[in-house]
Design a protein around this ligand. Structure first.
Ligand code: SF4
Ligand code: SF4
Length: 456
């Protein structure tokens, strides 16, 4: 039977037996309208993101039952004929933001207590002599188990483990970094994996999203573990990496090739340790603005916006980043402001938690709120964890956030308008114009300060 593309598709819900043929596409038989459907989808996608962080915290033995409870409540709320109250769904979306923040906090605690407090580190990007294992995805638990089993077998000189995409910040955690086999980073964001995995001569391990169906070039040397799965690809059970290690030893040895270095490992604890210096530089106008430019990489051509924006950001501004979109702009030399690197990478998308902690701490020190700080937030979203982060920021009352590279398809114009009016939510547009608008935001920190004069 051919797939029917409904005309005038304003919504698509097919979850119950009252559904019209092909789904309810204009108005639900139950009475659900497109805006309500959009709010329900917005909630469902947000909790998908929350479940990812919750899963990785559970993986290393950390739980907060409040998160599981909310996941159940939110799912139940979207079941047929339970809740037709749009305001209630808006409240649930903000509650999702609060719980998503709790999930990021839990995961941060889980990783810091399990793998140590991150420390800034320059990670090599070349290759080294030995059989290669490339680990992609978000699961530090999987990486830790692999490194531990390599050491247990005394193979740390023969096997070189490389990080890929969101696994890159692993190099900053002392309990991961201590393993000799953790060697370097290979490649950029998930987007280029088919090319980068084909070029990598060793085995590849997918530990979470974003892993794609493999090409023939590397199908016979890729494995998955944990939540990840690929059709026709062996899955590692119970974190027992023996089959992968055996396969890796049978791949051609890589040679030493010099590469560059990428800096990562910033965390709210190591940044807030220099809080007084930061405040001094802000007050003196030496740090004019702080830009949070982070989130996912996507194939959308609008991602060029983030490359251009980070290129244009003036030299007296900091750029705080996290997640894999940064691979488009993190190799540049941004320099420093009085010894503080201008580009600070906080790690995976869940580490936006650290950036929030810093913004809240600075606002408290200045007796103001985050919206009054000279801080602008520009998010790129690909999937649902980034959507959860947006809800967390909205829950915190942050206004004027830019999102791109395109608006979420699941938000109707009506729902987007609600968010625009209530939170001044903006879409990325022209980087030059947006940058001018962002630089005009902020507070006079001190009468007569350089920043105050500039903003007047
Ligand atoms: S829940 Fe409502 S909108 Fe969805 S399929 Fe059933 S009747 Fe249609
Ligand atoms: S930041 Fe987003 S797009 Fe990038 S790997 Fe993580 S989940 Fe995927």
């Amino acid at each position: 039977m051919a797939i029917r593309i409904p005309e005038n598709l304003e919504m698509l819900c097919n979850q119950c037996s009252m559904s019209l043929e092909g789904g309810c596409t204009v108005q639900g038989v139950c009475g659900k309208d497109p805006d309500l459907n959009s709010l329900q989808e917005a909630l469902l996608y947000g909790i998908k993101g929350t479940s990812a962080y919750y899963y990785h915290a559970l993986e290393v033995g950390y739980d907060n039952p409040e998160i599981g409870h909310f996941l159940a409540e939110a799912l139940y709320a979207t079941l047929t004929n339970v809740n037709f109250d749009k305001n209630r769904f808006l409240e649930l979306i903000l509650e999702n933001g609060r719980v998503h923040l709790e999930a990021m906090k839990l995961l941060d605690k889980a990783y810091v207590e399990t793998f140590g407090r991150p420390e800034p580190v320059e990670v090599p990007t070349g290759s080294f002599e030995g059989h290669g294992i490339l680990v992609t995805g978000h699961s530090y638990k999987a990486l830790y188990e692999l490194l531990r089993q390599i050491e247990e077998r005394g193979l740390e000189d023969e096997l070189k483990v490389y990080t890929h995409a969101e696994m890159f910040p692993a190099h900053a955690y002392p309990e991961l970094k201590k393993f000799k086999s953790l060697t370097a980073n290979w490649g950029g964001s998930w987007l280029y994996q088919k090319k980068e995995f084909a070029e990598f001569p060793g085995v590849i391990l997918g530990t979470s999203n974003c892993v794609q169906q493999p090409t023939e070039a590397y199908r016979n040397r890729i494995f998955t573990v944990g939540i990840a799965g690929l059709e026709g690809v062996p899955h590692i059970e119970d974190y027992n990496f023996e089959p992968l290690i055996k396969r890796a030893l049978g791949t051609p040895k890589m040679e030493k090739v010099e590469g560059g270095k990428l800096l990562t490992g910033f965390h709210h604890t190591n940044v807030l340790a220099m809080k007084d210096k930061l405040l001094e530089l802000i007050n003196e106008g030496k740090i004019r603005h702080i830009f949070v430019v982070g989130g996912c990489d996507t194939p959308h051509k609008g991602m060029g916006y983030y490359e251009r924006l980070t290129e244009l950001i003036p030299k007296d501004a900091l750029i705080l980043s996290a997640a894999c979109g940064k691979f488009r702009y993190n190799a540049r030399n941004y320099g420093t402001i009085e010894g503080i690197p201008r580009f600070l990478d906080f790690g995976q998308c869940n580490n936006v938690y650290s950036i929030i902690e810093i913004a809240v701490a600075l606002a408290n020190e200045l007796s103001t709120d985050v919206n009054s700080l000279p801080v602008s937030i520009v998010l790129s979203w690909m999937e649902q964890k980034a959507i959860g982060i947006l809800y967390s920021l909205l829950y915190l009352g942050v206004k004027g956030i830019y999102i791109g590279p395109r608006p979420p398809e699941f938000l109707t114009q009506g729902v987007f308008e609600i968010l625009r009016k209530q939170f001044d939510l903006r879409l990325t547009g022209d980087p030059e114009k947006d940058l001018r608008d962002m630089l005009n935001k902020g507070v006079k920190i001190e009468e007569g300060s350089a920043l105050a004069e500039e903003l007047d």
